[in-house]
Design a protein around this ligand. Structure first.
Ligand code: BDP
Length: 352
């Protein structure tokens, strides 16, 4: 009798404490991970699964129907399912939580727990990620994925820890092409153009190598800048060119495929360190398992986006010979070999 009487309140008290400490209040989700130290665990019970309760936020630039957002959503779904609803991740699409650079700063501070950003944006925070902005380092999608899935690719995800983040998985992003409000028939037409680039140093050198002027700015400002003529051109893959509506303002597209910059799903190092090893493993695996969905969605959406862009009457120039483009950037890549030799060797190795 005594035992039974004593056991019940202790158990219910523990349940109440865990629920209160973890605050399932969504509007307060940024702080919820702070208030529930990893390692504290709820008592075993079918009603409250083991471990602390979390409600996290994930920042995404793209709209809800974009392939990266679908990957994020799959990731959140898997985490929820595998934790029996104990860990929830709310995906905020459409830059609701800010532009990528600002979001990364928040992630470093632990104010936003998760984000999916371009490796190009990470280049502004972690030197090694700038290597992804080097042109023509990957032959095609297959070569890129061989590298991303290799040990060296995984090491690069882990290297984000030195920048107070933890890389969880890569997502597909196709290849990037230039587009402009001015005619773009060959590499020569880039000369003197003001071209928006992702905010890292390699992109500035790349524009110099092509005789253009780099204008680094956040993605969300590009449409307005094209409209007002602050810039003449920008560059991106088909899905972004379409969904950002840049195709309405910069109607000349040249398919030079200069870069393949992967997407990265990551967690704040501060949030990661508060999780117990089981939850870390659950989250890491869910991220990796969401890649298949993202890649499927990507290949469908990339084709649809290209078809829509073509239908819209954009003037598209195919590039049958990439040699003049590759030759123009060769000296720049050779210069960067001093800095990124190991990554470039690993990328070359992944070709076989
Ligand atoms: C798109 C990426 C997005 C970047 C954007 C950019 O998916 O994350 O913000 O490029 O150019 O392809 O900044």
């Amino acid at each position: 009798m005594k035992k039974l009487w004593k056991g019940i309140p202790i158990l219910s008290l523990a349940v109440v404490l865990v629920l209160t400490a973890c605050g399932s209040n969504k509007s307060n989700s940024a702080n919820s991970s702070n208030s529930a130290p990893a390692g504290s665990s709820a008592p075993a019970s079918s009603a409250v699964p083991e471990g602390p309760k979390y409600n996290f936020r994930l920042a995404e630039t793209h709209p809800a129907d974009y392939p990266t957002t679908k990957g994020d959503q799959k990731f959140a779904e898997l985490v929820k399912e595998r934790s029996n609803g104990r860990i929830t991740i709310d995906v905020f699409p459409g830059s609701q939580l800010g532009e990528e650079k600002a979001v990364i700063e928040q992630v470093q501070l632990g104010a936003i727990e998760f984000t999916r950003v371009s490796a190009g944006a990470l280049g502004g925070f972690n030197k090694e990620y700038e290597a992804f902005s080097l042109p023509y380092i990957f032959d095609n999608e297959d070569h890129q994925w061989k590298f991303l899935n290799s040990e060296d690719g995984t090491k690069l995800l882990d290297s984000l820890e030195s920048s107070r983040m933890k890389g969880l998985a890569y997502y597909s992003s196709g290849s990037r092409n230039f587009y402009s409000s001015k005619p773009l028939n060959s590499i020569k037409d880039l000369k003197g153009l003001k071209i928006r680039v992702q905010q890292n140093k390699v992109n500035i050198d790349l524009m110099n190598a092509l005789g253009a002027n780099a204008t680094p700015m956040p993605y969300g400002e590009v449409f307005g800048a094209l409209q007002t003529g602050i810039i003449d051109a920008a560059e991106n893959n088909f899905p972004s060119y379409l969904t950002s509506n840049h195709y309405q303002k910069a109607k000349n597209l040249i398919l030079d495929q200069h870069q393949r910059v992967p997407e990265v799903l990551l967690i704040s190092k501060l949030a990661w360190d508060k999780l117990n090893p089981e939850d870390q493993q659950l989250i890491k695996q869910a991220a990796l398992d969401s890649v298949a969905t993202q890649r499927e969605e990507w290949s469908k959406f990339e084709k649809d986006a290209e078809a829509k862009v073509r239908e819209s009457g954009v003037n598209i120039v195919e590039v049958s010979d990439l040699k003049p483009w590759q030759d123009a950037v060769k000296p720049m890549i050779e210069r960067y070999r001093a800095e990124f030799g190991a990554i470039l060797d690993a990328i070359d190795k992944a070709r076989n």
